[in-house]
Design a protein around this ligand. Structure first.
Ligand SMILES: C[C@@]1(CC(=O)O)c2cc3[nH]c(cc4nc(cc5[nH]c(cc(n2)[C@H]1CCC(=O)O)[C@@](C)(CC(=O)O)[C@@H]5CCC(=O)O)C(CC(=O)O)=C4CCC(=O)O)c(CCC(=O)O)c3CC(=O)O
Ligand SMILES: NC(=O)C1=CN([C@@H]2O[C@H](COP(=O)(O)OP(=O)(O)OC[C@H]3O[C@@H](n4cnc5c(N)ncnc54)[C@H](O)[C@@H]3O)[C@@H](O)[C@H]2O)C=CC1
Length: 153
């Protein structure tokens, strides 16, 4: 249950993303847009993440997840789908760190909403983890509504 909405200033904050696949990539793109300092921890990288690495948009620790890699992170994203990595995150994260369980929501204390920006608005939709695909669908409808209204500020 993710029951308290917040908008967080992420500029310069460190994010440790565990996993280098498609889902890690989706989270990295959002975090980059928000100005976070990102370290991806994964033995291999999805092509788009490799591009980010080669452009020096992200740091890369080419290894499996280890507790030491997570200590200084403001937010930890679990996106490997690997049980051992999940156990390390569960055991080593401090109660003061934000943890996003993209691969297992029971692991996390925060969730990414489906979101978009339009002018001064930042619209975010969550189903409290119960149906992320439905959150995406509602977001698309709202986005269309904003476009049709040609909302200006
Ligand atoms: C808890 C949360 C944690 C988090 O990831 O932050 C979470 C967890 C999980 N998602 C899973 C599946 C899918 N997620 C999506 C899509 C999105 N998921 C997003 C958020 C969240 N997903 C958080 C709760 C959000 C809320 O409160 O509603 C969105 C909104 C935002 C984003 O990712 O940035 C993004 C839409 C992006 C957009 O706007 O377009 C799709 C559809 C698709 O990919 O097209 C599917 C497949 C269909 C399905 O299963 O519904 C699984 C099962 C994996 C498995 O079974 O293996 C888990 C793990 C679990 O539930 O344990
Ligand atoms: N939150 C969401 O929106 C969604 C989440 N998922 C879940 O997210 C997870 C990842 O999905 P994909 O990116 O498609 O998988 P993938 O298999 O493409 O990528 C997994 C990545 O994790 C890395 N990895 C494996 N073991 C590791 C370890 N011990 N330490 C660090 N990195 C490790 C691999 O090298 C690879 O880069 C899956 O569990 C999937 O079910 C799936 C759909 C949507």
């Amino acid at each position: 249950m993710f029951n308290f909405p917040l908008f967080i200033h992420m500029e310069g904050k460190s994010a440790a993303v565990v996993g280098g696949g498609k889902i890690a990539c989706r989270k990295v793109n959002k975090l980059l847009d928000a100005g976070a300092k990102i370290t991806v921890i994964a033995p291999e990288l999805h092509d788009d993440l490799m591009c980010h690495y080669l452009k020096e948009n992200i740091h890369w620790i080419k290894d499996v997840c280890k507790a030491d890699y997570l200590t200084s992170a403001f937010i930890i994203i679990s996106a490997s789908g690997d049980k051992e990595a999940q156990d390390i995150i569960r055991q080593s994260s401090s109660p003061y760190q934000l943890v996003n369980g993209a691969d297992n929501q029971d692991l996390g204390n925060v969730a990414f909403p489906a979101s978009f920006q339009e002018g001064m608005f930042h619209v975010a939709v969550s189903t409290n983890g119960s149906s992320p695909a439905e959150a995406k669908s509602i977001k698309q409808k709202l986005k269309k509504w904003f476009k049709e209204k040609k909302y200006k500020n």
